[in-house]
Design a protein around this ligand. Structure first.
Ligand code: CUA
Length: 322
């Protein structure tokens, strides 16, 4: 038994290095994951169907009939035993080798990859680009070039998941992990947090926008100008980027959260009965710690946003114009 295990381990370790030596060209990881999944599914389903069919057939054919005594006592059959040990062994070694190949592909980042740093926080994603640009909950990358994501977390455990690219990795405070994907097609994809990280977990989404190279460069140029945006424009952009308008609105309608229209200086009745004036410090406080000032008639579902003083100033400057 021990020698069989040793042999199995040796084959497992040796085969992939032979197999991947010629297949060094970049394969789309999405395709290899899908092929891998389909292969597993096919083999496992075939085995299941074979065994089930055999069980049904045998139990019908060899069931005990009326008037029959005990069956013959059969001690063993070396040939059969060798076959039913060897066949599963070969299948398992084959699957192991295939899995190792896919795994190796996933952990080997292509050399020319575009690198972005992604930091999870409660509840969103900060993205920093090599050129020094920053976005929140939005990852923009050029099409056709592998992307390496350096992942970390600001506070608690999060997990970064883009189903369209078949990648998932832990975001751990104080540690950097990485993962890569190959965006072969332009379009918008969604990145999710897949580790329960508090009440805002389900809001923790980011858009992955795969752009034509020239469009990407134009966007970068515009963003660089945006770094010198006026507080008003910056505030407007933050409100849009952070997804505030998912619950609040600027039109005065009654939706899930109080409207932004006329918010600045508004007399506001809180759930605890206090009446306060929505001035700058109230708004700043509410952004950082929404629970402390829940507005009467609304349920408290807003996550706290950890913005800098400058960002909060930009947001309140914009809100005052509504
Ligand atoms: Cu972050 Cu769940």
């Amino acid at each position: 038994m021990k020698s069989i295990l040793t042999l199995m381990a040796a084959v497992l370790l040796l085969l992939p290095s032979l197999a991947s030596a010629e297949g060094a060209a970049l394969v789309d990881p999405v395709k290899s994951w899908d092929n891998h999944w389909n292969m597993f599914l096919t083999i496992v389903t075939t085995l299941w169907a074979f065994v089930t069919a055999l069980v049904i057939y045998m139990s019908l054919k060899y069931r005990r009939k009326k008037g029959q005594g005990d069956g013959a006592y059969i001690h063993g059959n070396i040939l059969l035993e060798v076959i039913w040990t060897a066949v599963p062994l070969i299948i398992i070694i084959f699957l192991g080798v295939q899995s190792w190949n896919v795994y190796r592909q996933q952990i080997t980042v292509p050399k020319d990859a575009y690198e972005v740093n992604v930091e999870g926080f409660m509840w969103g994603w900060n993205v920093t680009y090599p050129e020094g640009l920053k976005t929140i909950n939005e990852i923009r990358v050029p099409v056709g070039r592998p992307v390496k994501v350096n992942l970390t977390s600001k506070d608690v455990l999060h997990a970064f998941y883009i189903p369209a690219f078949r990648i998932q990795e832990e975001a751990i405070p104080g540690r950097t992990t990485n993962i890569w994907f190959n965006p072969v097609q332009k379009g918008e994809y969604t990145a999710y947090c897949t580790e329960f990280c508090g009440s805002g977990h389900s809001l923790m989404l980011a858009k992955v926008i795969v752009m034509e190279k020239t469009d990407f460069e134009t966007w970068q140029g515009k963003q660089k100008e945006g770094m010198v945006l006026s507080p008003l424009d910056k505030g407007k952009k933050l409100i849009a980027d952070l997804g505030c308008l998912g619950c609040h609105n600027i039109t005065g309608e009654k939706t899930a959260a109080p409207t932004f229209k006329g918010i600045s200086g508004r007399e506001t009745i809180l759930a605890d009965g206090r009446t306060v004036k929505a001035d700058d410090s109230y708004m700043a406080n509410h952004i950082k710690d929404p629970k402390s000032t829940t507005v009467k008639g609304y349920s408290q579902s807003m996550p706290p946003y950890n913005l800098s003083d400058e960002e909060i100033n930009a947001v309140t400057t914009y809100l005052k114009t509504l």
